[in-house]
Design a protein. Sequence first.
Length: 423
Amino acid sequence: MVLLTGASGFIGRRLADALAMAQHKVVCAVRDPSRMTDQRFRCVAADYTRDFSAEDWLPRLAGIDVVINAVGIIREHGSQTFDAIHSRAPRALFAACAAAQVKQVIQISALGADAQAQSRYHLSKKEADDFLASLPLASAIVQPSIVYGPGGTSAQLFTTLASLPLIGLPGRGLQQIQPVHVDDVVAAILALLGRPVGRGIRIPVVGPQALALRALLASLRQAMGLGQAHFLPLPMPLMQLAAAVGKVLPGSLLDADTLQMLGRGNTADAAPTRTLLGREPRAATEFIPKAQAQTVRTQALLNWLLPMLRISIALVWIVTGIVSLGLYPVADSYALLARVGIHGALATVMLYGAALLDLGFGLGILLLRRRRWLWLAQMALILFYTAIISWKLPEFWLHPYGPLLKNLPMLAAIWLLLELEKR
């Protein structure tokens, strides 16, 4: 019986499926068992932000032969810190495995969690790796390079970068990486099950050969059918500034740690991976099958086109609000309101109230994470303005600059964001 932690994660989900297909009994340790509805698995609750003692884990190990730890984060968020997720909770789990005399432990670590590690990500992984290696347990420490696969963070990042018309690169983009496909990572881990591995053996899991970052992006771009890549080298001081900004942006994958890890390189001998797989690992040129190229291309383009569209709409509202507050002659604004039938104090309230509402819409688009109601309110306001102006000032439909006609693509763009952001 296998206890799999992190079973709801990118690698963990695929591991759970592969283990079940190989007829292993799987117990999934996840934070919220109610979200795991697959009847093939038994689930137990486990919280890596709190389960820091062996006693927390021992009850979950009854009848367990193998433990696979697949929990990991790339950025800290709230109580999900590197120290908690990568070090304290795994060390407690491994200590419990030793006490329960579990037959085998497989720790999914990361390539670079070694004596030369500098980033907090790698150092926290190394703490758990070293602790596991010190225990009287049959254990393997799997150290994948950058893992590529559908739905993965790395896949999303690299395909999005590769789809840009002009791809910015740190320096000349010669940093060496050796990405491995998630299917090969899962196959390598399954090959370790039941195999005598000794104590704390470290196994790099990598692609067949090292690639420069620019070569990987060019390869992915070609696979998506987007043609030749065009690169823009960015000075490292500029990248370090961007990393400092990225550190405070939610969802950003760029910070000082990730930039340092990229600069260090991420490569290893592929021979252990070939041995486990019994074949050559998948090359980066084969990461995107032809049958999936169009889907991957569309998603990659939307990953940057939708934010660009969102920001442009926000700027329309913000600039409109600023212009209405006084950059456009106030007397002319009052004259337009008078033609609609709004006079006196009500005109002042309407003019400045509408300007502040426009500013609020623009700032809300930029700052709020849940925007469904905001898109609906904007569409309602545009339709209201369009109806009133069509009734009172129909000549604006025939204006050479098309002030009312431009509402149509604006409505279509907002509707697009409303529909796609739900997904």
